[in-house]
Design a protein around this ligand. Structure first.
Ligand SMILES: [Fe+2]
Ligand SMILES: [Fe+2]
Length: 272
């Protein structure tokens, strides 16, 4: 997929209606993706030799290929966001440093538990984007929307892989749910702090305080922080939950067709 042209044309406030706060939140999230996805790949690849199920091994290869591609595309977008003045490089360095430290402290199983938890976050975001026109509209510019829809589609396709790998290496329910609770805290805390820093560094905002206040007031009504989003996220905390309990096969097939046409090959990843 060709993103270079629309990335070059991206305006500073690219979210729908030039929404300042939503643009900053999306820029912050995109900034965390390349290093985050590298961490996911390392976590899963680190236990590849312990997986005996050939179907799961094939899923792992697909997962690694998709996440590496996402990281590269987000890097292109993040470079443009940096040009526009977003602190994407600072966030990227912070995330790289944080994972560097954590991977030296945590076991392989804990790394996988964090990967599986964050994959539920991306799967939730993906399901919202793929099912809710309002969520797609909130992303704004058509190019950004296409990129995120494509990313969302692949996140839905491989949403169970890290979870299955975690289980395959003997990961238990107590650790899985505890790590999800930590992930919830970290995600809310870090996204809020980074969002505040990103906005505080934006000189243009200072000239439009009213516009910013209105934009911040609109944020809680966003489809990404809706009750439905919270409900999907919360399911992961339930003992016995499996990502494929939410059956998104039909959704994936429809979007593959919409984005790649009838010739678009369906992924080899297992979705059931
Ligand atoms: Fe991804
Ligand atoms: Fe993913």
């Amino acid at each position: 997929m060709e993103f270079d042209r629309w990335v070059a044309d991206l305006p500073k406030y690219f979210a729908a209606d030039g929404d300042i706060a939503m643009s900053h939140v999306l820029a912050v999230l995109s900034s965390t993706f390349p290093e985050g996805e590298k961490f996911f790949v390392r976590s899963v690849a680190a236990v590849r030799d312990q997986i005996t199920d050939p179907a799961l091994l094939a899923d792992v290869e697909g997962f690694i290929g998709q996440e590496e591609m996402h990281g590269r595309e987000h890097q292109v977008l993040n470079d443009r966001l940096a040009e526009l003045g977003y602190p994407t490089r600072g966030i990227d360095s912070y995330v790289r440093g944080l994972y560097w430290v954590r991977e030296r402290i945590q076991t392989k199983k804990v790394n996988l538990a964090f990967t599986a938890a964050l994959e539920h976050y991306t799967a939730t975001l993906a399901e919202l984007l793929l099912t809710d026109e309002a969520a797609r509209q909130a992303v704004g510019k058509a190019g950004a929307r296409d990129m995120l829809t494509w990313h969302a589609l692949e996140e839905s396709e491989h949403k169970a892989v890290a979870y299955d790998v975690y289980k395959a290496v003997g990961g238990g329910e107590v650790m899985r749910i505890f790590v999800m609770l930590l992930t919830d805290l970290l995600f809310i805390f870090e996204t809020s702090i980074m969002g505040v820093i990103s906005m505080a560094m934006d000189r243009e905002i200072r000239r439009h305080p009213l516009k910013l206040a209105r934009s911040l007031a609109r944020l809680p009504q966003s489809p990404f922080v809706s009750l439905r989003a919270m409900r999907i996220l919360a399911q992961y905390h339930r003992p016995g939950f499996h990502p494929n309990d939410r059956d998104t096969r039909q959704l994936i097939a429809e979007w593959r067709q919409a984005l790649f046409g009838p010739q678009g090959e369906l992924t080899s990843l297992r979705v059931s």
